[in-house]
Design a protein around this ligand. Sequence first.
Ligand SMILES: Cc1cc2nc3c(=O)[nH]c(=O)nc-3n(C[C@H](O)[C@H](O)[C@H](O)COP(=O)(O)OP(=O)(O)OC[C@H]3O[C@@H](n4cnc5c(N)ncnc54)[C@H](O)[C@@H]3O)c2cc1C
Length: 481
Amino acid sequence: MPNTPMTAADAQMPDVLVIGGGNAALCAALMAREAGASVLLLEAAPREWRGGNSQHTRNLRCMHEAPQDVLTDAYPEEEFWLDLLKVTGGRTNEQLARLAIRESSRCRDWMRKHGVNFQPSLSGTLHLSRTNAFFMGGGKALVNGYYRSAEALGVQIRYEAPVDRLELADGRFIAAWVGTERIPARACVLACGGFESNREWLREAWGRNAAGEWPADNFAIRGTRFNMGVMLRHLIDSGADTLGDPTQAHMVAVDARAPLYDGGICTRIDCVSLGIVVNKLGQRFYDEGEDFWPKRYAIWGRLVAQQPGQVGYSIIDAKAVGRFMPPVFQGARANTLEELARQLGLPEPGFVSTVRDYNAACRPGTFDHTVLDNCVTQELTPPKTHWARPIDTPPFYGYALKPGVTFTYLGLTINEQAAVHFGGHPSTNLFAAGEIMAGNVLGQGYTAGVGMTIGTAFGRIAGTQAAAAAHRNQGVRHASA
Ligand SMILES: Cc1cc2nc3c(=O)[nH]c(=O)nc-3n(C[C@H](O)[C@H](O)[C@H](O)COP(=O)(O)OP(=O)(O)OC[C@H]3O[C@@H](n4cnc5c(N)ncnc54)[C@H](O)[C@@H]3O)c2cc1C
């Protein structure tokens, strides 16, 4: 059947429209372009704030069978999978999780090709030299490298272009709208983050607690202000299949002085497993030594969110100094526990007796922060099950903590082709990658570096699939004309 000539509108229409401007979007745009598609990428942020949460990242969790350039030893598929299974408590889709894990073993050469360089992990970075490849220059350099490469390959990029709705027909993408501008394309990748920047939505999801507080009012957003969940809300309203609990998120304990947005990595407080954490009543509330910090740091935001006033206080003594990534703001420092309590505004007798009870419960052991050691407490509730050493060596330090939301897990259901589902059926030309679908793999919990694993794996898959869908779409148009 003869093909009809392209109209001017057809010629202008991009094959693939990518919505978002972080890691997942850029991976999708680059793969689609490499597959021969014309690509337009719409980033809500201005150029100087481009890159979403990805600009704040440091590393990627990678499966590998033997030592590689910056990765020590081996981290086989099964171990990665079991780590994920453990932190999610089974709330994960095994097929999609294993797909992401396998992809992580073969993406780094491609990343290098597009300007991403790696470096070994620095000391004090959560025991990650075996499992995580660190980006030279951090996520900002990664994002800049990808943008440079995308521009060089001819990907069209528009900043300050927040998409507010899509035109869909039976789950098929037709066009996106930025204000009054209609942007049609043959296929589309949604890579526009979760809804973590949307404080109203967080407030609605977390509701009011028994004390009448709105916990989400006290959250900091660790990353970008641009992930407002506009597309997620729109897709939910348009009948896309979703999964996940809106209160589930990657949430860490950050310095209570952190800014509302974009505090990034340096406001994280990483000494929790080296000391104790108390609430504003001066009481402990969770096992600070439950597991290695990379497998546990992301539960502490939630734990602090459940405390009165949504505050906690991480307490250490001089023995811990130099064993964790130093936070950007100095902590309170005192030579006595009473003085520390006064500086932190904690009830003095309650706090001091909590520390004394804890100290008395610490059993002698061989302290080793690189293994699950035998320094434990006995007959203490809650227990501290590793790295329990008395807090007895001045100066004492304390950091006020508040919950820091990294990204939310409520997202779009997808399949192995990253196709968005409607009523159980995959769309033929609408795909999703990154935070907006991370809930397929992360129903709860987190293990360091897996956000970038998911975004890179599904970004690459979505880009390839979108290019193929656009190609089919064009074929259909020609054949049916
Ligand atoms: C401080 C911090 C540190 C982190 N460190 C790590 C780490 O070391 N390793 C790791 O694996 N993960 C880390 N993460 C998590 C990681 O950032 C995310 O998992 C990952 O970046 C998600 O990529 P993404 O592309 O889906 O989202 P993002 O990078 O957030 O990109 C979303 C993009 O969509 C754009 N956007 C939003 N709405 C619209 C719209 N309506 N129209 C157009 N564009 C829109 C945004 O402007 C943004 O550019 C960290 C996160 C933070 C906040």
